[in-house]
Design a protein around this ligand. Structure first.
Ligand SMILES: NC(=O)c1ccc[n+]([C@@H]2O[C@H](COP(=O)([O-])OP(=O)(O)OC[C@H]3O[C@@H](n4cnc5c(N)ncnc54)[C@H](OP(=O)(O)O)[C@@H]3O)[C@@H](O)[C@H]2O)c1
Length: 312
């Protein structure tokens, strides 16, 4: 993608749609890195603090159409369709490329590719792994698909936001990778909740159990950064149960499409649904451990033990 008369690819003008938990921190990294960034969020007040990092805030979504590259980070496939539709509703300017980072379905992504293709706008599917704290720590990763040329043009910006990206091929392949990733996230979180409560019921404090697990071959970046929540029961939202259920449903839909059973994913999906049904939808999805404890007949208390998250 040639830069419009500019000398450096990192001097392209950028638009950013969505300043939620993820979008805000991703945009902040671009702004802090010196990118020429214009941000739009449906609830404008949430985007305002980005000004202090050098970003401009748009009054209207249509202002972003004149940017070279527009990033999108909203919640669901329907939201993506709505904002990209509005972005390109006018007959005037249009971006050269859209980089779409939300977690959406293969079908929604393919529909978007057709929509943008008709308007001669390049499209990179670029969903991410990591929460807002991971972004702040500079450890977000992207999985990308679409034309290799689009990925190469996007890469300097992806590198400003996170620690790395992988291009997995053409079309919507990145979407299935992200869906598989989050199905694994749901299953692993439920499993970690089960074994942590089992160990506790047998007499092992959660912090001691998780300290061992984190050092073991089963420990991971994820088990480490969920440890403070499991130990001290701080369920301030990083990722909502409803967004995780969306991803489990995307996984189960993909399982139907590709004709395969996903028995663990199905069970984890229903447990996440139960969490929502019990009214825990405004807490972090790590609250799965509370539900597990309840089902196991024990009440959890914060252990008030310093537990590192492996990020800071
Ligand atoms: N949180 C995580 O750990 C995480 C990790 C990886 C991927 N993801 C994925 O990243 C995406 C964003 O997640 P998040 O946690 O940042 O969610 P979030 O905090 O709920 O933010 C959602 C964003 O989308 C906007 N939005 C929603 N519907 C819209 C609509 N119809 N029109 C315009 N804007 C709309 C919201 O605007 P308002 O501010 O006006 O509501 C907000 O900016 C999701 O697809 C999620 O699955 C999340």
């Amino acid at each position: 993608m040639p830069a419009r008369g500019r000398t450096s690819r990192t001097k392209l003008t950028l638009g950013w749609i969505g300043a939620g938990r993820m979008g805000f921190e991703m945009a902040a990294r671009l702004a802090k890195g010196g990118a020429d960034l214009l941000v739009w969020n449906r609830t404008r007040a949430k985007a305002e603090p980005l000004r202090k990092h050098g970003a401009k805030i748009a009054e209207a979504l249509s202002e972003l159409a004149a940017r070279d590259i527009v990033f999108c980070m909203v919640a669901t496939g329907d939201d993506v369709r709505e904002v990209i539709g509005k972005l390109l509703a006018g007959s005037g300017a249009k971006p050269r490329m859209v980089i779409e980072c939300s977690s959406i379905s293969l079908e929604g992504s393919a529909e978007l590719r057709t929509f943008l293709g008709r308007r001669k706008v390049a499209y990179l599917a670029a969903p991410v792994s990591g929460n807002a704290k991971v972004i702040k720590a500079g450890k977000l990763t992207f999985v990308c698909s679409g034309p290799r040329k689009a990925y190469d043009a996007a890469r300097p910006y992806l590198d400003m936001i996170g620690k790395g990206s992988a291009w997995v091929g053409e079309g919507e392949l990145a979407r299935i990778v992200k869906i598989c990733h989050n199905v694994f996230l749901g299953v692993v979180t439920q499993s970690l909740a089960e074994v942590t409560v089992l160990a506790q019921k047998a007499g092992v404090p959660r912090h001691a159990f998780l300290e061992f697990m984190n050092q073991s071959v089963m420990g991971s970046t994820f088990t480490r950064y969920k440890t403070p929540a499991f130990v001290n029961l701080d369920f301030k939202v990083t990722f909502t149960p409803e967004l995780l259920r969306k991803d489990m449903d995307l996984g189960l839909d993909a399982g139907r499409r590709f004709e395969m059973p996903l028995p663990l994913a199905g069970a984890a999906r229903d447990l996440i649904q139960s969490l929502i049904g019990r009214g825990w939808k405004d807490q972090d999805f790590a609250a799965l451990i509370l539900q597990q404890a309840q089902a196991s007949g024990i009440a959890l208390k914060p252990e008030n033990v310093e537990a590192g998250d492996g990020l800071s």
